[in-house]
Design a protein around this ligand. Structure first.
Ligand SMILES: Cc1cc2nc3c(=O)[nH]c(=O)nc-3n(C[C@H](O)[C@H](O)[C@H](O)COP(=O)(O)O)c2cc1C
Length: 505
């Protein structure tokens, strides 16, 4: 029984020469879009005027600013730029449809639901975001008490609405089997960050919650809990004229069946086991929980202790040339890196987007469920090496000397295109610190944090005229050895980034 994040992580590690054979079953490919045939759809406006804010400003979000009430225009823009189908292009005669977020293996396991308090042109109730039709399917009327979902009641926002990000687990497990729990959470993190940045662009205050009752949320959303799971909830201020609280109305009959995505989509035992373990609820960890329930960050971590830190240059947060919305619309995974180093100012601009808080800006004990580092070829911070990023101090500290980028490409299942990337952002977890606090649920906290930071880098790269590509495939033991990771700490995710040939992906 996998009860701890570390055990799960080790159990699904890749080892050179030992990747299990047998590819996915192409005759039973999962459906990538959930819809509710027969139910009406509220179409979302497609021509909303978008704020001209940069990625960096979207990361800064609502700090101190008054929120504009969210209505259909805002919901449309935020949902589209987190989960929408943004554009299509033909590559070698094959039509490729891009989405706002990347996804491991282009399997797109995530769905988004909206619990809306009413106002802004939309009736109160639970809605599902229909990606292909860019609309909302009303599933049940009425309000929902966040405490009934197991969300911490005291962090309720005024006129609160919820985005609930779920994963249809077999969509990823079809290819990645038990390792899919990593990718489900990385993908959910990318999408959740899309929501957070979209809300931030409108200066709408939000809070991301990973503490809730899986059972209560699945029942409220009408999910088949053996197939689809809620992985995170974004609470945000709708700010409009909420309808009077009414108890949630009934769901359409048999709605759980829509969580199915293939004929044979039952979860394999090992994936079901980690999901079950990660579904156990723990005491809420909140800013009031006290220091003994907080994860250290930056210099106080095992990866960051004893390093000499140097601040990123001032003005590092300056805007790139594209707005947040433009960056999402032109985004794709770009791998055609050119062997050109980044100027320190540009590297700092990209890295500084990682420094904004992931959880409430006032501080949260689990803000550091994942730590960030970067492989650089050179820089004002010293020679080539692995640098850790202190996200609060906005500083880099050299952890290990030497240009590890070529070796890293080989560690990443010989994805040799990575060798030429100017920098490789790396995201780590200290499972020995996470496990006592969160048990297997720590997989969600750490991987989603990594996915969220990854989404920022994709968009920062895009707005700076650079390329980026997520990499979740690597030989775990080789990565630990190359990077000199202490026992119990692990690499979660890598995002190479840098100048790319403009005409090629
Ligand atoms: C969590 C995650 C892991 C990924 N891992 C890899 C990888 O190991 N190698 C790779 O070439 N692309 C990887 N990608 C990129 C996906 O293949 C890409 O997002 C997907 O094919 C969709 O293409 P697009 O991002 O250009 O829209 C990853 C993306 C994510 C989000």
């Amino acid at each position: 029984m996998v009860t701890q994040a570390r055990r799960y992580h080790e159990a699904v590690s890749y080892m050179r020469g030992l990747l299990s054979g047998g590819g996915p079953d192409w005759s039973d490919q999962p459906r990538q879009f959930k819809s509710y045939p027969g139910l009406p759809l509220v179409e979302l406006p497609r021509e909303a005027e978008l704020p001209g804010v940069s990625v960096a400003q979207s990361v800064q979000g609502a700090s101190g600013a008054a929120a504009a009430p969210a209505g259909l225009d805002v919901l449309s823009a935020v949902l589209f730029h987190a989960a929408g189908l943004t554009r299509s292009a033909s590559h070698g005669g094959v039509e490729h449809i891009y989405r706002a977020c990347p996804s491991a293996g282009a399997l797109y396991p995530c769905e988004v639901y909206l619990a809306w308090p009413g106002g802004g042109g939309l009736r109160s109730g639970l809605h599902h975001y229909d990606v292909t039709r860019h609309g909302l399917t009303p599933l049940r009327p009425g309000g929902v008490d966040p405490e009934a979902l197991g969300l911490p009641g005291r962090s309720r926002l005024p006129g609160e609405a919820l985005f609930l990000v779920t994963a249809v687990m077999h969509r990823s497990a079809w290819k990645y089997r038990a390792r899919a729990y990593r990718y489900l959470n990385l993908d959910a993190g990318h999408l959740a960050e899309g929501l957070a940045l979209g809300l931030g662009a409108y200066r709408i205050p939000w809070r991301m919650e990973l503490d809730f009752s899986d059972e209560a949320v699945a029942a409220h959303l009408g999910l088949d809990p053996a197939r689809e799971a809620c992985l995170c909830v974004a609470r945000f201020e709708a700010g409009g004229q909420a309808e009077a609280d009414a108890a949630p109305g009934p769901l359409p009959e048999g709605v759980e069946a829509f969580s199915r995505c293939a004929v044979s989509d039952g979860l394999a035992q090992d994936l079901a086991a980690v999901h079950r373990a990660a579904s156990l609820t723990h005491d809420h960890v909140s800013p009031e929980s006290g220091k003994d329930r907080a994860l250290p960050g930056g210099a106080a971590t095992r990866l960051g202790s004893g390093l000499r830190w140097r601040a990123l240059p001032d003005g590092a947060g300056a805007a790139g040339r594209a707005t947040f919305f433009e960056a999402v619309e032109s985004r794709c995974s770009r791998r055609a890196f050119m062997p050109v180093e980044l100027s320190p100012a540009v590297a700092a601009q990209a890295l500084s987007t990682l420094c904004g808080a992931l959880l409430p800006p006032g501080g949260h004990p689990l803000e550091h469920a994942c730590e960030a580092g970067v492989l650089l070829g050179s820089g004002p911070w010293g020679g080539p090496g692995l640098y850790m990023l202190d996200r609060e101090g906005v500083a880099l500290g050299l952890r290990r000397d030497g240009d590890m980028r070529p070796a890293m490409a080989s560690v990443c299942l010989d994805q040799l295109w990575m060798r030429r990337a100017a920098m490789v952002a790396l995201f780590f977890a200290d499972f020995d610190a996470l496990d006592p606090l969160l048990g297997a649920r720590g997989v969600r906290w750490s991987f989603q944090a990594a996915g969220r930071l990854g989404q920022r880098l994709y968009l920062a790269a895009e707005s700076l005229g650079l390329g980026a590509c997520g990499v979740g495939a690597f030989y775990d033991g080789e990565a630990a050895e190359l990077l000199g990771l202490p026992e119990g700490t692990s690499l979660l995710y890598a995002v190479p980034m840098g100048p790319v040939k403009s005409s090629r992906r």
